[in-house]
Design a protein around this ligand. Sequence first.
Ligand SMILES: [Ca+2]
Length: 372
Amino acid sequence: MNTLRILSKFVLIALLSLSSTEAYSSDSKHKKNKTIKRTPAVAIQGENVHFLDWKVVQEFRQEMLSKYQYDGVEFDNILKQTRFVESAVQLMKPMPAGKPKNWKVYRSRFVETARVNAGVAFWNRNETTLKKAETEFGVPAEIIVGLIGVETIYGKNIGRYNAIDAITTLAFAYPDTPNKEARTLFFKNELAQLLLWGRETKSDVLQIKASYAGAIGLCQFMPSSLRNFAVDYDQDGHIDLRTSEVDAIGSVANYLAKHGWKKDLPYVFPASIHQSSENPEQSKRQIDEFLGKGLRASLTLESLKPYVTTPDVNAPSNILYGVVDLQNGEDPTEFWLASENFFAITQYNRSYFYAMSVIDLGKVINLARTKD
Ligand SMILES: [Ca+2]
C-alpha cells in the first residue's frame, strides 16, 4: 500500500518478535547456550505534547479548515487528546545495514504452519464471500486469503496503536531520513483522510486502532485507502475492517481490482536468465534493462528472448511481463516472469518479496484446504 511498509514489516517483526529473529540465526549452538532475552514491550500509549501549540499543526489546521471546511472546534477537540508516540518514530527509522536480502528467509516467515492453518480456517468460514468477491472483482480467493494472512494473520496482528496518535506523530515528527519530506507529506495527507473519514462516517477517530504506521484493520488499509477503496461488503451499513472479515475481503478485492488486477490472468512463471558467452557485457546490460523496468509488466515473451525465457509452456504469448529478481543472500537469485496481476499486488506494498509471499501463502493454503 505504500513504500514505508516494505521496511516497516521488517522493523516491526525484528522489534516485536525476538523469537523470529532468533530463528534466522544459522548458529543454533549459539542460540542454545544463550538465554533468550525478550525485547522490552514497545511503548504505545504515548505522551501529551500539546500538538495544538505546534506551529506546523496550526498550519495544518488552517489547511483542513480552508480546504475541507473542517470544523475548527472538532479539530481542536481531537488534537487535544492526540498523543505523541515515540516508538512509532523509532520504528520508522531505517534498519542498520544487516544481512543481504534473502527471499527464502522472508518467505519462511510468512509461509509457515500456523499461518497456513489460520488461512484454511479463514477460507472455510468465508467461502461464500470469497466466491462472491472472485466473481464480482475477478480476484481469486487464494490471493485475498494470502494477502490478509501476510498482513495480519487474519486479524491476529492488527496493531495496538491509536491510529490518530501514530499518524499525527509521523506527520509532524517524522525521523530524519533521506525521504523525510515525502513521508511527512504522506502522513499529513493520511491524517487529513482519517479526519475526513471520521466526519463522513460519524466515527470517533480517537477510538480507531492501527499499526504504528497507521494501517487499519485485517487488511491494514491506510486512511486514504479506507476512504477510497474500502467497501461495506456485508451490507450492515458501515465499513468495519477491524472486525468484519467480509468487509475486509470485499475491500482487498476492490483495492486490487482498482489497481490493475485482471480476471483470469496468471500471476507468475519461473524464469531462466541466459548470459551470452560471446558477448557477456551486452547480455548483462540487456538483462539489467529488463530488471529496471519497475513495477509494471511491459515486455512480451518474444522481446525477452533470448535473454530471459520460461520453461513453463503455459505462459501465454499474448500478455505482457516484467522480470522479477528475488535475491537469496549468498545463494543464487531466483528469477520470475510476472504479469500485471503480480504488479497489482505490489500496489498494495511496493515489494517483490511481499507480492510473492502473498501468492505463495495463498497457493499453499489452497492446497492444504483441498487436501483435507
Ligand atoms: Ca460492514
